[in-house]
Design a protein around this ligand. Structure first.
Ligand code: SAM
Length: 267
């Protein structure tokens, strides 16, 4: 048991991130999640437990432990060790072809909450697109893994460590690179909604005007159980249809994709 009188907030946060899987999350995010449970009615150990449970659901439930303990392997090994890319494995060429269809020249892809999706970089080239890839991810270990591989394999790609709750940081990222700008938000909005309801809408309102195209995706089936959940995302589709211009909608495997841009800019 931890004596709550003896732990300052900083010490509690330190305790929370002493678990390896949370050790490289943006500190501001850990504090934000902790603040949800920082109530007089809870013991410190309960607050720690609840914070860790939520951090796990938002950031690390998708990751195989092996990913946090390895430096080097081939790209398909990495793609199969994260549930999101494993579920998309084999469909990447078709997905990228459809997401980028109609766009020519040099493209910047900003993959927000990328997990390990940077390891699918060759699929862009496979379907004929010249892409500079910018990954953005909260789990620091995944950022390092991708940057090591990009450097070793000489990919035109970089991964940045940060939080999607840091709107200014995201907007700054979107100024990098030249050419047309495409944002991917693949299976990421649910994590944001867990902590801040309707934050997806705020984020989209800020970033859509800055780029040429956005693609959001969501899982049509839950992790593992095979049960149909989040199947239609009615609230999200309605918001996008009301505020932006929908270009395409399609499904591959257990993932649904919506491609859209700002009104009046139909690329
Ligand atoms: C379900 S996974 C999807 C990964 C990837 N987009 C894909 O589809 O292959 C969600 C990812 O978003 C990241 N994430 C969640 N909340 C985030 C935040 N606030 N800032 C940055 N990344 C976040 C998680 O760490 C996780 O890697």
């Amino acid at each position: 048991m931890i004596n709550k009188e003896k732990l300052s907030k900083e010490e509690v946060i330190e305790k929370i991130i002493s678990k390896k899987e949370f050790s490289q999350l943006p500190l501001a995010d850990v504090e934000l999640v902790y603040s949800k449970f920082d109530s007089e009615d809870l013991l410190v150990e309960e607050k720690i437990k609840l914070t860790r449970e939520m951090l796990m659901k938002m950031y690390t439930v998708f990751v195989s432990e092996k990913l946090l303990n390895i430096k080097d392997n081939d790209s398909s090994w990495f793609l199969k060790k994260h549930s999101s890319t494993r579920e998309r494995f084999g469909f990447e060429d078709s997905v990228y072809h459809r997401c980028l269809e109609g766009l020519g020249g040099r493209l910047n892809v900003y993959d927000l909450g990328c997990g390990v999706n940077g390891f699918s970089y060759d699929s862009f080239l496979g379907v004929g697109f010249e892409v500079k890839y910018f990954g953005f991810e909260a789990v620091g270990q995944l950022v390092d893994l991708q940057n090591n591989w990009f450097e070793k394999e000489k990919k035109d790609a970089e991964c940045f460590h940060g939080s999607l709750f840091d709107l200014e940081g995201v907007k700054k990222l979107l100024t990098l690179g030249g050419g047309k700008r495409v944002v991917f938000l693949f299976k990421t909005l649910d994590s944001l909604e867990m902590l801040k309801r309707n934050y997806s809408k705020e984020l989209l309102k800020e970033i859509v005007p800055l780029v040429d195209r956005v693609v959001v995706s969501w899982a049509t089936k839950s992790l593992g159980a095979g049960k149909q959940i989040f199947a239609n995302k009615k609230w999200l589709k309605e918001f996008i249809e009301e505020n932006f211009k929908v270009i395409d909608e399609f499904e591959f495997g257990v993932e649904k994709y919506l491609v859209f841009g700002r009104e009046g800019k139909h690329l």
